[in-house]
Design a protein around this ligand. Structure first.
Ligand code: SAH
Length: 347
């Protein structure tokens, strides 16, 4: 596959381009153009011959927007991106009072097999490169520029398990926060994982101050094993231990994602059990009413159920909020849009 220059650091770019006989400052110029989402043909301070040469040898922007769906409810935009090998992934642009958050995918599909998640229905096709993750940011920013906005926050919560694509994700984090690139602060980035303890510890040792979100979804191993195959490999206790290590190293409280699923994990008894499990841990629980996925037999909960679960946690002194559901009218849940697209292609 042709090298995607977008995934290289300025130093790597210089090494890559040195056989072309260009001066070192060109690599810096090209880095800065690429990281602003530009194509070779738009790099106006490069000689035309060099732009053409680059275009014949390399890929500039490896991702394009295939479909845009704008929510009439809250301005959320759901994007379907095309990759160069015909695969597609999805993303969501969410507008909050503090800025614009982009939800990024890290793999085409997902191998983790969570029972409630549409991304994993056909397994994992492949991991994304760092350039393809950056490409999603470039696409979203180009679109947002039309309304004078830009991506200020990123959540790695689209399709894929980021810690199963560890090296590319870490490379992406370093590049997207590069001062001469998008310069998005690592403190504005959250990484969500189903919970791979060894990789959580490894990430803690990288010293990148991203917020860690753990998809917990259950107050005990029995319920978690029913929902998430990963729970059969690692207990909640060893996963939370890795989170505590992360907290100690990085100093940022852990976010625990908890999707409320009717008749599975959403009763008062579950809330009390969850509070006992988390007592004394510096964390925050994010309650999400499950986005019902037609393909699975699991259902969301009512407003009232969310409120009483939340109240129980709060009464037990566990910090918790409910996550706003956004873009419910535009296949907002993880993996739903790609599933719809795949179905439309085969019918
Ligand atoms: N693999 C990572 C990140 C992708 S999933 C992880 O497991 O965290 C992003 C978040 O969306 C996770 O918390 C996941 O559990 C949640 N999610 C998936 N399907 C959902 C659904 N139908 N309703 C609500 N949340 C869902």
């Amino acid at each position: 596959m042709t090298t995607e220059l977008l995934g290289l650091t300025p130093e790597e770019l210089q090494t890559e381009l040195s056989p072309l006989g260009e001066k070192p400052f060109r690599a810096k110029q090209i880095f800065s153009w690429l990281q602003r989402g530009m194509r070779f043909s738009e790099m106006s301070n490069l000689p035309l011959a060099l732009r053409e040469k680059l275009a014949s040898l390399y890929v500039d922007q490896p991702v394009e927007i295939l479909e845009r769906h704008v929510s009439q409810m809250d301005g959320t935009v759901k994007l379907l991106y095309a990759l160069r090998d015909q695969n597609c992934v999805e993303g969501v642009v969410m507008r909050y009072h503090y800025g614009v958050t982009l939800c990024l995918s890290t793999q085409v599909g997902c191998a983790m097999g969570c029972a409630f998640c549409a991304s994993t229905l056909d397994g994992c096709v492949r991991s994304l490169t760092a350039a393809e993750m950056l490409g999603q940011v470039m696409c979203a920013d180009r679109m947002l520029a039309e309304s004078g906005e830009r991506v200020s926050h990123i959540v790695l919560m689209g399709s894929g398990e980021p810690l199963q694509n560890y090296d590319n994700v870490v490379r992406f984090l370093r590049l997207v926060s590069h001062p001469e690139g998008k310069n998005i602060g690592l403190r504005h980035i959250s990484l969500s994982t189903c919970g791979l303890p060894a990789q959580i510890r490894r990430l803690a040792d990288e010293g990148l101050p991203v917020t860690l979100s753990l998809s917990l979804h259950a107050p005990n191993d029995r319920i978690r094993q029913r929902l998430m195959p990963v729970a059969k490999r690692y207990t909640i206790e060893e996963t939370l231990d890795a989170c505590r290590y992360y907290l100690k190293k990085i100093g940022r409280r852990i976010i625990l994602e908890y999707a409320l699923i009717d008749k599975v994990n959403a009763d008062q008894a579950h809330a009390l059990e969850l509070a006992r499990l988390l007592r004394g841990m510096q964390c925050h629980v994010n309650l999400i009413p499950l986005n019902t996925v037609r393909e699975r037999n699991l259902f969301g909960v009512t407003e009232g159920q969310v409120t009483s679960f939340l109240n129980t946690l709060t009464a037990q002194h566990i910090s918790a909020t409910r996550r706003r559901e956004m873009g419910d009218d535009i296949q907002g849940a993880c993996g739903q849009l790609r599933q719809k697209h795949l179905k439309e292609q085969t019918t």
